[in-house]
Structures are given as C-alpha cells and as structure tokens.
Write a protein of this length. Structure first.
Length: 442
C-alpha cells in the first residue's frame, strides 16, 4: 500500500543538482585552502571547475531535460556560490568591492552554466535509454543533511583548533560584511572560524529552500511543519553562534565590547547535532522507501523497539551535552566517559534487536547493523580522543593527529545520533504492535 507523500516535484531536480554541486565545491575548496597545506590556486580552480562539470554530468545522466538540466543546475550552483565569491571581491577596506567584480559576477554565472551544460551533454550521451525516475525531493533532503554534516565537521575543527573567538565581531567580520571578507586575510584560526560562518550560511540557505519546496510539493502537513521547524532551528543556531562571540547584539568591532559566552557555546554545540538529527529524519520521511513502500506490519515487539529507539536518541543527546560541556569548560570528563558505557549498551542492544529482523523488515535489520558499527567506531574514536587529551602538554600546540581525532569523535557523535534517529523513525514507520502474520503454508 502506497503512502501519502510528495506531489510532482516541480523544480526539485534543479534544486537538488544545483545545491548538491555547490556543497561538493565548497567542501573541496575548504580542504584545499585549509592551513597550513594550501594547494596552488590554479589546481584549486581546476578542481572546482571539475566539480561543476561533474555536477552537469550527473544532471545529464539522471535529469530529464538533457543539457538543459545541466544548464539549470550549473546556473543555480553559481548563484549559490556567490556567497563565497565575495571573498575574492572584497577590497582593502570594509565593504569596498574591487572593480573586477563587474566581470567576476557575470563571468562566474556564465562559466558555471557552460561547464555544467557541457557535462550534461556527456552524461546524457553515456546514458543507456531513458532517464530513470528519481525522487528529487528526497535527493534535496539528502543534500541538505550532507551539508549539515559537513558544517558539523567544520565546526568541530573550530573547537579542536581553539579558533572559536578568532573573529572578534558578528555578524560582520573585522568590520567587513561577512560575505566580502577577503580570502587573503583568512589565515590561521581566522580561516577556521570564518569558513565555519560561511558554511553556516550555505546550510541556512539550503534549509530555507528545502522547506519552501516542501510547502509547495509536499502533501503531508506534518512534514511541512518539520521543514518549518528546521528553518526555525537553523536561524536560532546561527544567532546562537554569533552571540557566543559577542554576548549580545552589537556591530562593534572592538574586542573590549564583546562578552564571549561559553554557556552559549555549549548550547550552540548541542543544537548543531540535534538539527542534523532533524534533517536526517526529513531525509527519511521524504525518501521513496517511506512514501511509496508498504504500510507497517504487525510485530509483537513493535512498541518495545520503538520505545528503545526513542530512549537511545535521548541518551545520545545527553552524551552530546556532556561532551560539549567537557570541550568548553574542561570539566565533566568522568561523566562523559561513564555515560558512554550507557550509550554503548543501549546502542548495542537496539542494534542487535533490529538486526534480527529480516524479510519485510530488512531495512530495519540493515539499520541495526549500521547502529552497531557506528557506536563501535565512536567508542574507538572516543578512546583515542581520551588518549590525546591525557597526553597533551599544557601550553604546547596541539598535534595534527590530536586535532583530527577529537574532530572525528565530535562529528561521530552527530553521526551516531543520526543513525539512532533513523532507527527510531523507521521502526515507527514499519512496525505495528500485534502478532506477526503466519508464513504461508508450503
């Protein structure tokens, strides 16, 4: 029995392909500009142009309009990329734009559209037969969730590098409009903090566009409301991130006028993973498996499994809170480590119970194994991060492996939360309390 889902997704193809291309370009650019290993500008330019052509290729392979799919996706991606193009257009003083912006702006749009169109031509030519049907609304949800996870990784590096207060003002950056702060000045901790802000703008824009699309294309009222909740959450998260630096609403650029708040940093650090969990849930409920699959089947342990999933989500959130307190205040490590045992036990039991399901519930069985793997990796990362914490030399720069381990462990908590959310929501979608149907005779 098919369930009520999304209407015909008008424009979802362009949105998913365009934003997906931008997310890929931003992540490649971030890695290539990360200090101290900065790749040559010419190589970075080639990689970014390759992303545009690659996005067009995917559009040609999966889209329904051939080169036009690539053209639309490339143009949208180039528009989104204007959020970061401004870093090349900022002048020597705040809010001054270099004269070359007159050709940079239209040039970037033309190059993006041309490259993606060319990639789409190649993609369409290598496709066998007609394009298969794609749930573009679900794909856009996946792009939004992926952008959020990348933002969590970028934010984790800010914390690990101790760069949370490297930019002294907000919403401006050293007096510049945030989107016009020159790339040449993004060095050291400023790079990590300012890039985090830019990624936040990308996540915010993606979330708003996704929610707007749901309002138009989605029939289920509760899903529309989830989309609006995501918009509210991402706005609050952005404001919290700024107030964490300034302590209040001000346009001053003087460090003496700021009152950085570690408490807000904790709240900001917890809301990020919670927001990711919400985006993962939206990706699940807009997927083809959810909207077009069969209805729930009776299982005598349905309520128990559903309750267990909810408890696991809550436990992971508590553990994230404890981790955020430890990072910001260097307190509560024992509580964080001790409660990890509780989370481990809950995740292993829930994962094992889901893993035993098969047949019509094979998706839940797969999720059970994923949850088991995720919590195992997270515990290993936690032990490695604990070793890094215990072996640090006070006052000495943190080693690269230390930064990497703690960042991965921080992001791993969000991944585990996302897996727990998937287990919780899919158990409610696929399981109904009652006796399992008897297998057919013979």
């Amino acid at each position: 029995m098919a369930t009520e889902g999304a209407a015909a997704p008008r424009g979802a193809e362009t949105l998913a392909l365009g934003f997906g291309t931008s997310v890929a370009m931003w992540f490649v650019g971030y890695l290539c500009r990360m200090p101290p290993a900065v790749v040559p500008s010419w190589l970075l330019a080639l990689l970014l142009l390759g992303c545009l052509a690659g996005g067009g290729f995917v559009a040609g392979r999966l889209g329904t309009r051939g080169w036009r799919s690539g053209l639309a996706a490339g143009l949208l991606s180039s528009v989104v990329n204007l959020l970061i193009l401004g870093s090349l257009l900022g002048g020597a003083r705040a809010d001054h734009i270099v004269p070359s912006a007159l050709w940079w702006l239209p040039g970037s749009l033309l190059v993006g559209a041309a490259l993606a169109s060319a990639g789409a031509v190649v993609g369409a030519a290598t496709r066998a037969g007609r394009a298969r049907a794609v749930n573009w609304t679900g794909a856009l949800a996946g792009v939004a969730a992926s952008a959020t996870l990348l933002q969590l990784l970028v934010g984790g590096l800010v914390t690990s590098e101790g760069a949370g207060l490297s930019v002294v003002d907000w919403p401006n950056s050293f007096g510049y409009n945030m989107f016009l702060y020159p790339l040449s000045r993004m060095t050291g901790g400023v790079y990590y903090e300012h890039a985090h802000r830019l990624f936040g703008s990308l996540v915010g824009l993606t979330t708003v566009v996704f929610a707007a699309h749901l309002l138009v294309a989605e029939r289920r009222t509760w899903v529309k409301r989830l989309g609006l909740a995501a918009v509210a959450a991402v706005i609050v998260q952005g404001i919290l991130g700024g107030l964490r630096v300034t302590g209040g609403f001000t346009l001053s650029t003087s460090p003496s006028a700021m009152a950085p708040s570690s408490t807000l940093a904790v709240v900001h650090g917890v809301l990020g993973p919670a927001f990711f969990g919400l985006m993962v849930a939206l990706a699940a409920v807009t997927s083809t498996a959810w909207t077009s699959g069969a209805g729930p089947l009776a299982n005598p342990r349905a309520r128990s499994l559903q309750a267990f999933g909810t408890v696991l989500v809550g436990a992971v959130l508590v553990q994230i809170v404890l981790g955020a307190i430890q990072r910001q205040f260097a307190r509560g490590l024992d509580a964080h480590v001790g409660f990890a045992v509780v989370v481990l036990a809950l995740a292993l039991v829930f994962g094992a119970r889901l893993s035993r399901l098969g047949g019509e519930w094979s998706l839940l069985g797969t999720l059970g194994r994923v949850i088991t793997a995720a919590v195992t990796v997270q515990v290993m990362l936690g032990l490695a991060a604990l070793f890094a914490v215990e072996t640090r030399v006070v006052g000495a720069p943190r080693a690269a492996w230390d930064v990497l381990l703690t960042t991965l462990h921080q992001a791993g908590g969000s991944v585990l939360l996302g897996c727990a959310v998937l287990g919780a929501v899919w158990s409610r979608r696929l399981l109904l309390q009652g006796e399992s149907p008897a297998p057919p005779a013979g």
